[in-house]
Design a protein around this ligand. Sequence first.
Ligand SMILES: *Cc1c(COP(=O)(O)O)cnc(C)c1O
Length: 386
Amino acid sequence: MKGVFPIEKFKKTDTPFYYYDTDLLRETLNTINKEAGKYENFCVHYAIKANANPKILNIICQAGLGADCVSGGEILASLNAGFPSNKIVFAGVGKNDKEIKLGLEKNIFCFNVESIPELEVINCLAENSGKVASVALRINPDVGAHTHANITTGLAENKFGIAMSDMENVIARISHMKNVRFMGLHFHIGSQILDMGDFVALCNRINEIQVKLEAHHINVEMINVGGGLGIDYQHPNRVSIPDFKSYFETYAKHLKLRKGQSLHFELGRSVVGQCGSLITKVLYVKEGTAKKFVIVDAGMTDLIRPALYHAYHKIENISNDGCINTYDVVGPICESSDVFAKSIDLDECHRNDIIAIRSAGAYGEIMASQYNCRSLPIGYIKEDIL
Ligand SMILES: *Cc1c(COP(=O)(O)O)cnc(C)c1O
């Protein structure tokens, strides 16, 4: 089964470009709101870093989600898109002074803090501007996720977060800081997680932590479990919306929230991944000695995930329903890693055929670069093209 695309319109549009199926995005957002809405106190933020195309942000903001930012630029992008500042959380191991000042000035909901030196700087900058910053501590739960090594973030040997053994010390330090208020705990164990057992492991760990903190009479208003829910890269047509029902159910069932506590989520990939495709044209079909290459006009500068993580993206020739042939699909960039897929079956390719590289809505357009002096790809939503 292939995706359904406005192929005639695509033929008249310069390639490569990103195409976003906004009907699917809206349907995904409705599902999130329906499933998370079953539980009191569940708040969903969208992780801006997955895709910050202003039109996409606008739709997500209209659906009522909050924003999860990892830089000052993302705070500005989310404010520009209309996200209210009291729904913005700000994470990251290396927040600079300018970014912290921006967060303070805009009165964001919460800083997710990753170290003691960072806390001290936030306290000092907040004092200078006469504010009190709300903070959550990003705790490293030492929970491994069954995903690619480059995208696990919750193991002990990781640059992210504060070790569990330091947690009480850090909270004690906060109680002596006048311009920082402790709100709660933040976690994020990795990305592209499809095994609900990984989230169960996180819940169990948080339950242990809560018991420990209660013994010290430390009040936690809020718990933020980050993001990480994966998408089905193999079957973008059959499984176009991730299993949000099981995802939220897992937390509802396994995480022991205390009275009045709110539970926050920061979903990126699962919100936008399936709605985006990179649309590219076949430039040449080249016969190698042992294989055939399809050389397309998109490269790793437009979508770096295959080169960076050996990520799989389903590729379809949407111009043609010919005989199946086996190809390596490669881009024009002067790097051997500029390969989208090796030895895949595609409907026979010819020059100017249009190729869709699927499930590219997350960590696609936003990671594009101008290497080789190429232009950045444009992102079109359905309404732009039709
Ligand atoms: C990247 C990131 C997210 C979003 O991750 P997804 O896997 O795209 O859902 C959420 N929270 C933090 C802190 C992150 O770094």
